[in-house]
Design a protein around this ligand. Structure first.
Ligand code: 5GP
Ligand code: ZN
Length: 120
């Protein structure tokens, strides 16, 4: 899928650089608001990150943009339907203690594996 080329919003942010097309990614979806690309270190048979083009730190900040947050969930659902059977987990690591390592909000879409009852 074609990459957009534009100056990254925040040149120190790896996901801003991916959004800008400066760093290559395996994109599965893109529109004016978000891009979705495969995680470099997949933790499930389908592991896609849905990333708003606009830089914000985490899902707490994204909660101020409810339409954009809703759009992220719709794109996640569409990706899961295209890549697997439509069922998926949606994960926002929020803050370092919770394992967030890239501070540009992103939703992990995890699919393609049957979880045991109660497994997280
Ligand atoms: P976090 O731990 O912040 O929730 O998730 C960051 C995710 O981004 C990790 O799962 C990591 O594998 C992925 N990641 C980090 N750098 C890159 C990259 O340059 N390209 C891709 N495709 N994924 C990346
Ligand atoms: Zn960013």
């Amino acid at each position: 899928m074609g990459e957009t080329t534009a100056a990254p919003l925040d040149p120190d942010c790896i996901f801003c650089r991916i959004v800008a097309g400066e760093i290559p990614s395996d994109r599965v979806y893109e529109d004016d608001e978000v891009i979705a690309f495969r995680d470099l270190a997949p933790k499930a048979p389908v592991h896609v990150l849905v990333v708003p083009r606009e830089h914000s730190r985490d899902v707490r900040a994204l909660a101020e943009r409810p339409a954009l947050l809703a759009h992220v969930t719709r794109v996640a659902s569409q990706v899961a339907a295209e890549e697997s059977d439509g069922d998926f987990r949606l994960l926002f690591n929020t803050g370092p203690t919770a394992g967030q390592t890239v501070f540009h909000v992103h939703a992990h879409v995890l699919a393609g594996r049957t979880l045991a009852e109660g497994e997280l």
